[in-house]
Design a binder for this molecule. Structure first.
Ligand code: SDX
Length: 440
């Protein structure tokens, strides 16, 4: 796997002075290929006896990475140097998976071999199908995903030795390949329909649609426009630097846990409404607003600091500009609705009106809050017939390649240590144990 040459050679340093003691400490300044300079504080505690406080890691880089680059001020997203707009328009998800995992776009033969490998790993161990029966029918599919993906490590023992690059690669292929099968099974279980086996004559996204919407008693013809739209949705969600779920995967991976367990941890982290769960929450929000005449009232609640209501699908830790993925998704929305001959989609109209009003409102302008990837994705998925509870599952499916690419990078990084932040202790000081008979 290609890793960008480290730019660490520079002799630039930063000197910090402790105003209390007048002592100074010097720290190297690091520079990646793109992006701002970074202070290497690894020796901070040893040099000064202090460590840093950064809840939410707003100013903390946890790793070097050569996979994805974001310029949040300009709204730029690059995978291995290629812009997301270009990838979404010209590439396909399998190619992007190859790019993320291996560092370069595949040539024709590499692409065919890769697709063949992924296709031939899409079936899951038959015993895994029994596993689903342990869940309640009304279980949220993300709950099922956490359990079933974690359980893969109980089925594929021959790809859990993380010190073996070949086993790591097989685990990576298995995860990318089996995720659509497991996701579709989670859905089928919830609606009480038989599981559909994957079909090797179908491409990745089309195969997923077949497993989601097909039934054994009749042929399901995959609409190529919808398969293309689904493929694009997968591309747009494939990776996003050190987001919460990827950081979770890396943290789990830093302990030496096997890849299936690490990806299950990532799925759990993605589920929250502040992260991947936002696509589901956006639809709930649009449903609650209901009509454009209610937008102003809803935004008033969002802006009220005492009210916990948020504008879901808006705001981002890194983007202080339009999320480039949201732009592509907004366009895709129109294409999908046209294909489905849906002339008026009230939810899309409502979302666009909401966006327009929010983007001209000082609250959002001052805080640089723009639509993120989750704002429009749910509308397309809903139009395609995907139930709301599956939205975050689809995000997880598509993000698996990013998680596994980042996990591989972590395992190969000789500088990585177990992830272990510190804390500011605010509890009681040392005190004597009081026997229960003497406690009041
Ligand atoms: C994803 O990190 C990634 O890369 C994630 C992701 C990926 O591909 O992996 O891009 C996917 O998770 C997208 C984000 C999905 N989440 C949502 O849409 C939920 C709504 N968004 C917010 O919860 C929030 O914007 C976050 C969680 C996305 C980012 O939170 P931050 O960086 O911690 O920002 P913040 O909470 O410090 O907000 C700064 C200010 C605050 O106001 P003040 O206290 O300064 O007055 O902006 C306000 C916030 O209250 N704010 C919002 C808001 N988002 C931020 N106010 C109303 N509605 C919002 N959505």
């Amino acid at each position: 796997m290609a890793k960008a040459p480290s730019q660490k050679g520079s002799n630039e340093t930063v000197t910090l002075t402790d105003n209390a003691t007048g002592k100074t400490a010097e720290f190297p300044l690091l520079k990646g290929r793109l992006g701002p300079k970074v202070i290497d504080i690894r020796s901070l505690y040893a040099q000064t006896g202090y460590f840093t406080y950064d809840p939410g890691y707003t100013a903390t880089g946890s790793t070097e990475s050569s996979i994805t680059y974001i310029d949040g001020d300009k709204g730029v997203l690059l995978h291995r140097g290629y812009s997301i707009e270009e990838l979404a328009e010209k590439s396909d998800y399998m190619e992007v998976c190859y790019l993320l995992l291996k560092g370069e776009l595949p040539n024709k033969q590499q692409k065919e071999e890769f697709e063949h490998t992924i296709t031939h790993h899409t079936m899951v161990h038959e015993q895994l199908t029994q596993f689903f029966r342990g869940f309640r029918r009304d279980a949220h599919p993300m709950a099922i995903m956490c359990g079933v993906v974690g359980a893969l490590s109980a089925f594929y023992h021959d790809s859990t030795d993380i010190s073996d690059p070949q086993q790591r690669m097989v685990a990576s292929y298995r995860l990318v390949a089996k995720m659509p099968t497991i996701a579709a099974m989670a859905y089928k279980f919830s609606v009480g329909q038989p599981f559909m086996y994957p079909r090797n004559d179908l491409k990745y996204a089309a195969n997923f649609l077949h497993m989601m919407f097909g039934v054994p008693c009749e042929d399901y013809e995959v609409n190529p426009v919808l398969a293309k739209a689904m493929d694009r949705i997968f591309i747009l969600h494939a990776d996003h630097e050190q987001n919460a779920s990827t950081s979770t995967v890396r943290l789990a991976g830093s302990t030496g846990a096997n890849p299936f367990a690490c990806i299950a941890a990532g799925i759990a982290s993605l589920w929250g409404p502040a992260h991947g769960g936002a696509n589901e929450a956006v639809l709930a929000m649009l449903g609650e607003i209901g009509d454009r005449k209610n937008i102003k009232g809803y935004l008033a609640r969002v802006k009220d600091r005492k009210d916990p209501t948020m504008l879901m699908g808006f705001g981002h830790r890194v983007y202080k500009n339009y999320d480039p993925r949201a732009k592509v998704l907004q366009k895709s929305c129109h294409a999908v609705l046209k294909e489905l001959k849906i002339k008026n989609e009230p939810l899309l109209d409502l979302a666009m009106e909401l966006e327009n009003i929010a983007l001209s409102d000082n609250y959002f302008v001052e805080r640089k809050l723009f639509p993120n990837v989750d704002f429009y994705s749910g509308i397309i998925l809903k139009a395609m017939g995907v139930p709301t509870s599956m939205f975050t599952v689809l995000f997880a499916l598509a993000r698996t390649v990013g998680w596994i690419a980042q996990w591989n990078e972590l395992i190969e990084d000789t500088e990585q240590k177990i992830g272990r932040p510190r804390q500011i202790y605010t509890g009681k000081g040392r005190r004597k144990y009081v026997p229960i008979s003497k406690r009041r």
